[in-house]
Design a protein around this ligand. Structure first.
Ligand SMILES: CC(C)(COP(=O)(O)OP(=O)(O)OC[C@H]1O[C@@H](n2cnc3c(N)ncnc32)[C@H](O)[C@@H]1OP(=O)(O)O)[C@@H](O)C(=O)NCCC(=O)NCCS
Length: 179
């Protein structure tokens, strides 16, 4: 674990480093292209584009975007966690955990009550994420149950929520497996 990590919202001048971190971590530029597109979306929440900084160097980034969960009658607002990336030389030192925890705190502060993630089934449950199917919340694409997860930021927030997640259109550009 490293301790001298500072978490904060990203500034405009951080984005070149953010794209570089994503390109290095994912080994492709789909995620940085996604972030660049999402920044143009009027629903982009700049406070929830969060960087981890260490000795004036950016070492990680996490983004949360507004999504909706829709069924035939109703639509519920939620947030998607994607993408998250840590500079390869700083991985497995706890940076990712700090980014998720800080993101959760900020999302709560802004009044969001739930989170959805498509991600590693061993990584996210430590924050309390559970299979979204427990709430009958479905992905808009075919993915194994165990990797599509939800987290209530407020107790009972998803109690009456069910339906299919609707991502911002920019997500259609990238492959589900690399979120
Ligand atoms: C996934 C990622 C963001 C985690 O960040 P990190 O700072 O390395 O993670 P932390 O140090 O906070 O946590 C380390 C834990 O994550 C686990 N982990 C790291 N990469 C993982 C992966 N690809 N799949 C599953 N678990 C992973 C480690 O085994 C470790 O588990 P432990 O705490 O039980 O020992 C980072 O490894 C990364 O950028 N990976 C490439 C991009 C990516 O896959 N992004 C996530 C999309 S959901």
């Amino acid at each position: 674990m490293i301790e001298n990590i500072h978490l904060r919202s990203a500034k405009d001048t951080d984005y070149q480093s953010i794209y570089e971190i994503n390109d290095l971590a994912f080994g492709q530029n789909s995620e940085s292209n996604l972030i660049a597109l999402l920044r143009q979306n009027k629903e982009f929440i700049s406070e929830l584009s969060i960087v981890a900084e260490m000795d004036n160097e950016l070492v990680g980034h996490i983004l949360f975007s507004k999504i909706s969960i829709k069924n035939e009658d109703k639509q519920f607002e939620s947030l998607a966690l994607a993408p998250m990336a840590v500079r390869p030389s700083f991985q497995n030192l706890g940076v990712g955990v700090k980014l998720v925890l800080y993101g959760i705190t900020e999302a709560k502060r802004l009044g969001f009550t739930s989170l959805i993630v498509l991600g590693h089934e061993k990584y996210y449950p430590k924050f309390g994420f559970k299979s979204a199917s427990l709430w009958k919340i479905k992905a808009p694409f075919d993915v194994p149950d165990s990797v599509f997860m939800a987290l209530e930021l407020k107790e009972g927030a998803l109690k009456d929520v069910f339906g299919t997640v609707c991502y911002p259109k920019e997500f259609n550009m990238i492959e589900a497996h690399s979120l």
